[in-house]
Design a protein around this ligand. Sequence first.
Ligand SMILES: *Cc1c(COP(=O)(O)O)cnc(C)c1O
Length: 379
Amino acid sequence: MTKKGKHTICIHEGEIRDTQFGGAVSPIFMASSYEYLDADPMRYPRYFNTPNQEVLGKKIAALENAEAGLPFASGMAAISTTLLAFLSKGDHIVLTNEIYGGAFNFVVEEFDKMNIEYSFTDGVEVTDFEAKIKSNTKVIYIETPSNPLLTITDVKAIADLAKKHSLVSMIDNTFASPINLTPLDFGIDISIHSATKYLGGHSDILAGLVAGNSEHINTIFQKGKNLGGNLSHMISYLLERSIKTLAIRVEKHNSNSQTVAEYLVNHVDIAKVYYPGLKNHPNHNIAKEQMNGYGGMLSFELKEGLDAVKFQKSLQLIKPSMSLAGVESTILQPTLTSHALLTPEQRKAIGISDNLLRLSVGIEDVEDIIADVEQAIKK
Ligand SMILES: *Cc1c(COP(=O)(O)O)cnc(C)c1O
């Protein structure tokens, strides 16, 4: 059978047929205990193989053009388990400097205790990664588009570099979602998601997903079963339900963001806009080559003299909020949240100004999003 389209995969891939009652959706199987005599496989929630967990493994694999996939209890459970599956005492990993805060904390707070060495790059060019590779390097880890400046890393170049040095390459694909970027098509080995974001999409569940070839997924499975960060049945079901609308949501996030970005670029009170869909974005060409859409995240700087906190408090529709990627538009000031612990000098060095705001563009009518920004700037 030829491979189905993205929307069809989102809706149907992996679904459980209700042969008993003929219901139209996957039933939820609540059991944590399963028959074991003559049972192959032996099912147990921590083995990632209850029926509702398996739905998600199949769905993310199909969406990522991968052989296999696994669901986790959070994005960080997916990231930490995957990293530890491929790194042991004495190994070294090269990570992008533009990395999610939680992943950064995990590496710097835990790896020393396990005698795992790590280096962060000085930039996102392939030469920045190559410069950090050592004889004991085992893994390269990237994230694109990055948070909060939406920097784009060339995934094919990184995949090629990893192959050249026989390293396992991993990507945090959360911001793009598998609708906008399928990194395995460019040679990346493992794609990781915080499904709390676009895959969940409604700001109400915590989950993670990983996709890769069967051998890699088996390695992650072996570690995951020991660490135990598995996803529950109820949330597995909710995530399956959410993913049914993933492709259509992401298309709307993409088009709304492009419109909002173009509005902001032309606004006299906005100093700078970061969105890979803008022609003047420094990595626009790479984004165009590797992405199917530019995503729902953008950042912008208010002109000096405007108060970013007051601006956020004046918004009526867009919610100042910690997380991102829900159907509703949300906004966050990195200097007060993800980058609060850095000194002003450190922030300046990585290009994060005090007036920078990260907007997660929702799927409301775009005119209403723009009108809200406009009235808040006026105030
Ligand atoms: C939120 C996020 C994570 C962590 O996911 P959780 O589900 O909160 O554990 C990892 N990477 C990125 C890019 C994220 O935005």
